[in-house]
Write a protein that binds this ligand. Sequence first.
Ligand code: GLC
Length: 510
Amino acid sequence: MTGGWWRDAVIYQVYLRSFADGTGDGVGDLAGLRGKLPYLAGLGVDALWITPWYPSPMADGGYDVADYRDIDPRFGTLADAGALLDEAHRHGLRVIVDIVPNHTSDRHPWFRAALAAGPGSPEREWYVFRDEPNDWRSVFGGPAWSRVPDGQWYLHLFDAAQPDLNWDHPDVRAEFLDVLRFWLDRGVDGFRIDVAHGLIKDPALPDLGLDHEGLVEPPDRSDHPHWDRPGVHEIFRSWRELARHYGEDRVFVAEAWVDSPQRLARYVRPDELHTAFNFDFLRCPWDAARLRSVIDSSVAALSAVDAPATWVLSNHDVTRHVTRYGGGLPRARAALLLMLALPGGAYLYQGEELGLAEVEDLPEEVLQDPTWERSGHTRRGRDGCRVPLPWSGAAPPFGFSTGTPWLPQPAHWAEQTVAAQENDPDSTLWLYRDALRIRKEHPAFGDGGLSWMDSPPEVLAFRREPGVVCVVNLGPVPVALPPHRKVLLASEPGDPGGELAPDSAVWLSA
Ligand code: GLC
């Protein structure tokens, strides 16, 4: 179908516990988020994606859900969630919530019941219990199996506190349809599906044949026993069918780490999900030829199923792109203009509008990502992109909280607070606002196609119709700009003149 709001939406990811704290306990919450809705509306995004807000022991930052139909008291109440949805809608912002179907928390009543009921019981069938483990590894490090006191083992592709559900069980399917209904009835505009590529396992649970470290998997295998199995699609068709009863503007976005754009496109066929994160784009280094190839293959694969492309540079699981690209702020600012000029929609991650870099020097004793422990202290994990946002003031907690933030903020963020950037038209915050405003106003942006223009090998240059040209210089020397009527926006302050500096980008009206 064409014309849905989600086909060219810019969706802002709120990592709730690090966004804004309204209660003073050092953890972001719904009260804090509500207070910042005017900021988000002013930024110019179309929708918010809020990371899990459910009751959770927080073994994995809320991706270990103990009750899918309530709000964690640290974040607020169901009434607060309802009020947030209403108020966001009044600001013209849609709200997508995170749904975590691959696993529950080990405190979820189902897992408690499965443990209590013992081997061979119907309750154990809700999860993946076996008498012997296989060689699968947890994404966070270490084995994917833990033993319970009666001797059986259960599967957890993530932390031991996140037992995998058995999606071959009809009760599991029925339960999630009901959970979706619960939130659709409360007015959410859609769901971000956590680990969408993981739900179905080969029932024979064959060994992967990993090396002794468990780190090397055979590359590009199409018959992986627990990732991207064909059986997941039937589940998502049933979800789409359900959402259709609520109208075509309730949407799903898949978190699916798969091998190729063609495999990704299978998740967004017309009777399945609406969009999927484009991790090929996110993973692509700062290299013109490689980016161009990812852009072309993404657009081709997705348009073949009539789905819009989407683009993403950062999220709560990866190193922030200011740091990842290795070029500091200029590359990140140029990457924004590239991303927002591409056909389709885009996902922003909180703090990227402030140009925040990864916090790479968090002391070991504050690290909270389970990856740190499970990898035997060899991988620090994802806390460095999850540090609470700096809103105002000259020192931590930078207006995030009246208490002590759950992760410490770097002192040098004083220059990058929202308040500091408000007053500086050359700031990254202003670049985001300008870019989002122009993107919304100008008919060339969003859904549609692109045509590449001739350019030197280290430059990306393409046209969007009517009349916009985006040029990005990824090389080490300045390049001449193509003929144009005016510069709509430049990633670096000041008029670029006839030349585009290294690590910068422009939108031209041509
Ligand atoms: C997804 C989430 C990540 C979480 C994992 C397990 O990848 O984005 O944060 O740790 O799923 O739920």
